[in-house]
Design a protein around this ligand. Structure first.
Ligand code: ATP
Ligand code: MG
Length: 471
């Protein structure tokens, strides 16, 4: 651990040595703190550098002038100044003393005079370590190094006090469990269970940001299980624990909740197809794909269970939840359309879809097509290997057909054979409702039959118009 810290500090030397000297020369203390220290000990790089200082925000600002390329006020009320130098992102926060009450409107925070006091106000021991600068002396008053070695999340003081000060820390415990793959101390879990409803006072945006980090972490199952187990999920994402009550339609003894976590992990394994890092939309769609099941479950007389329209109902519930969590419209549209489309493939059977059905599949998925491939493939958790192989081959076949059609027709950009101007010209109309109807009619024909060509499309349009006018 010592060696990885030393190596990481050498890498950070251009920033930490200069800043350390600047602050020391002005008579202030400065220390690297939190994430970068924790990650240095784990032998990982941390991208943004957090510091804590005895200097007040105005003094910090003055000391950064002439050193930083750009400077901003992250939140003067919280005593944080942000800056950038080259590729380095830096945030410097003045020592805190008292806990601040996020429910009160009091803007002032009480600043502290010493590093150890500041570390005691931090969320977890593994985040409550600092490296004093420029001396590079490690400060670890709450046993963070030991907890890192034991891979456990603990609070510096009692978890009850900590979570009363800021209930968001309960979500953060689950987030760090998911990011680091650590256990959460049993006392911390107990406090999370006892205090879960306090999360209600936290703004939806702060909850959302922690949820996104948790879902995008390497071990989301760990964090999600913790949210469900402690009752936090019941407050922030109730659709998830609701799944645990249900039985899967094929395997009566496997519940939909377990199935969902497995689908999430299988979707993560396919994420490389998107070519980037963790993909929130794909992961969240996996998590939400079956949330319509509890509402749509019906028991038939012969003992079977059905979940008719759980895709449509699930898409609505997803939309509602994401709205409440203040996600952007783009994210809401993307995730809910994936939920709505997740079953569509199952009509494909052994490749009997018409070209028209394939075109519609592509068109309806729009720019979510690649994610829909991932979700549909991930949504197969049967232990029956032959069945799983058959589904995979059938999907391979669908993707192959899409590729062929796409090459022929540029499916994603399907337009009718005539555009709006041509329609108006052929029918002698000005802009209006009829032009839209005609456009949609030609689009339907285009979907059903492929490209018609201008001449035949014109004939079809005239025939449609004549029939419509005769009605
Ligand atoms: P990341 O940057 O990936 O989100 P991080 O560990 O840097 O991870 P931040 O949320 O950036 O976490 O917070 C920086 C540091 O500030 C943390 O390591 C922790 O010491 C402290 N901290 C942040 N939020 C809280 C909080 N709600 N309560 C107490 N301390 C906090
Ligand atoms: Mg950070």
């Amino acid at each position: 651990m010592q060696r990885s810290v030393a190596e990481e500090l050498d890498r950070l030397a251009p920033v930490i040595d200069e800043l350390g000297r600047r602050f020391a020369d002005a008579g202030h203390e400065l220390a690297l703190v939190g994430g970068p220290v924790r990650d240095a000990m784990l032998g990982r790089h941390h991208h943004d550098l957090d510091f804590t200082t005895s200097a007040r925000p105005e003094q910090t600002e003055r000391l950064l002038h002439g050193w930083a390329d750009a400077l901003w006020d992250v939140g003067r009320d919280f005593g944080t100044i942000g800056c950038r130098r080259g590729d380095w992102q830096v945030e410097i926060t003045t020592y805190r003393a008292e806990s601040y009450d996020p429910t009160s409107r009091k803007p002032e925070v009480s600043y502290g005079d010493d590093l150890v006091g500041d570390l005691g106000r931090r969320d977890f021991t593994v985040n409550a370590m600092a490296v004093r600068l420029p001396s590079r002396e490690i400060e670890d008053p709450y046993g963070g190094v030991v907890d890192l070695a034991h891979r456990v999340i603990r609070t510096p003081g009692t978890p009850e006090d900590s979570f009363s000060d800021d209930p968001l820390r309960m979500m953060r415990a689950a987030r760090f469990a998911a990011q680091l793959g650590f256990e959460v101390d049993p006392g911390v879990v107990a406090a999370m269970s006892a205090m879960a409803e306090r999360i209600d006072i936290i703004s939806a945006e702060r909850v959302r940001d922690e949820l996104v980090k948790l879902v995008c972490a390497p071990w989301p199952r760990r964090g999600l299980a913790l949210l469900v187990e402690t009752g936090l999920a019941q407050r922030v994402l109730p659709e998830l624990p609701a799944l645990a009550l249900e039985r899967d339609e094929h395997h009566r003894h496997k519940d939909v909740y377990e199935h969902t976590l497995t689908v999430l992990e299988q979707a993560i394994d396919l994420e490389h197809r998107l070519g980037g890092g963790p993909d929130f939309v794909s992961r969240f769609a996996a998590l939400m794909h079956d949330v319509g099941k509890p509402r749509t479950r019906r028991f038939l007389d012969d003992g079977t269970v059905t979940f008719h329209h759980h895709d449509v109902v699930g898409a609505k519930l997803t939309r509602k939840r994401m709205k409440a969590l203040r996600f952007s419209n783009d994210e809401i549209d993307a995730v809910s359309s994936l939920v709505e489309l997740h079953l569509r493939f199952h009509g494909y059977g052994s490749g009997e879809w018409t070209d028209s059905a394939v075109r519609r599949y592509v068109r309806d998925a729009g720019d979510q097509l690649e994610r829909l491939h991932i979700l549909t493939r991930a949504d197969c958790t049967t232990r029956n290997k032959r069945k799983a192989d058959r589904l995979r081959r059938t999907y391979d076949d669908l993707e192959a057909r899409i590729a062929v059609l796409a090459e022929q027709e540029e499916l994603a950009a399907i337009r009718p054979d005539l555009d709006g101007n041509q329609i108006m010209e052929v029918l002698g109309l000005g802009p209006g409702r009829e032009v839209g109807e005609a456009y949609r009619h030609l689009l339907e024909l285009r979907m059903d039959h492929g490209p018609l060509g201008e001449e035949r499309a014109t004939d079809e349009l005239r025939a449609w118009w004549a029939a419509r006018s005769a009605d």
